[in-house]
Design a protein around this ligand. Structure first.
Ligand code: ADP
Length: 187
């Protein structure tokens, strides 16, 4: 099962991707987590990504595309995977379409987490107090939303045209959304 979870920052896609991936026995691939790990280890990619991330901007496409391709080439991805936070731009989506074609992989579903900005900002500010992420401050959150609207939201149309898109109401509880996704994962 190959899935992509798409939605604004704070829509809960990370939490749900982790849980569903566990149920399906496939890796949860969070580009944000992969990038934060590169930053922590001080790699070349991490050094280039750090400032973009802290400001709430997208990390350059070449870097994220390279990371994503490397990750899905690993042996644990043979039975599928769930992408969380990738693709986030038209260039990334095009690169991913090509990767799938080259590797003869079929994308099963793209789940769009639909939730208002008002609700997600509330969640993000709450998380800021708990996790202390560098980009969970008011200014970076605003930028992440602008970036989402400009670069990522158009992908809804891209995947809808491909007939892959499923929309869920992400304003509900973690449990209610989890039940819907478990159902989607079974089909
Ligand atoms: P959120 O979805 O709450 O914004 P993530 O952990 O998914 O959190 O992403 C955090 C940051 O990592 C993003 O604001 C961006 O700087 C960077 N990032 C994550 N995924 C991508 C991507 N696919 N392309 C470019 N930058 C990315």
């Amino acid at each position: 099962m190959i899935m992509i979870f798409l939605g604004p920052p704070g829509s809960g896609k990370g939490t749900q991707a982790k849980s569903l991936a566990g149920q399906l026995g496939v890796p949860h691939i969070s580009l944000g987590d992969l990038l934060r790990d590169e930053v922590k280890r001080g790699t070349e990619i991490g050094q280039q990504a750090k400032a973009h991330m802290a400001a709430g901007h997208l990390v350059p496409d070449e870097l994220t595309i390279e990371l994503a391709e490397k990750r899905i080439s690993q042996s644990d991805c043979q039975k599928g995977f769930i992408f969380d936070g990738f693709p986030r731009s038209a260039a990334q989506a095009d690169a991913l379409d090509k990767m799938f074609a080259e590797k003869k992989l079929t994308l099963d579903r793209v789940v769009y987490f639909n939730v208002s900005e008002e609700e997600t900002v509330k969640r993000l500010l709450l998380r800021a107090g708990i996790e202390g992420r560098a980009d969970d401050n008011a200014a970076a959150i605003r930028t992440r939303f602008e970036v989402y609207e400009r670069s990522t939201r158009p992908l809804i149309e891209h995947y809808s045209k491909m007939g892959k898109l499923l929309e869920i109401d992400a304003a509900r509880s973690i449990e209610a959304i989890g039940r819907d996704l478990a159902e989607i994962g079974r089909n």
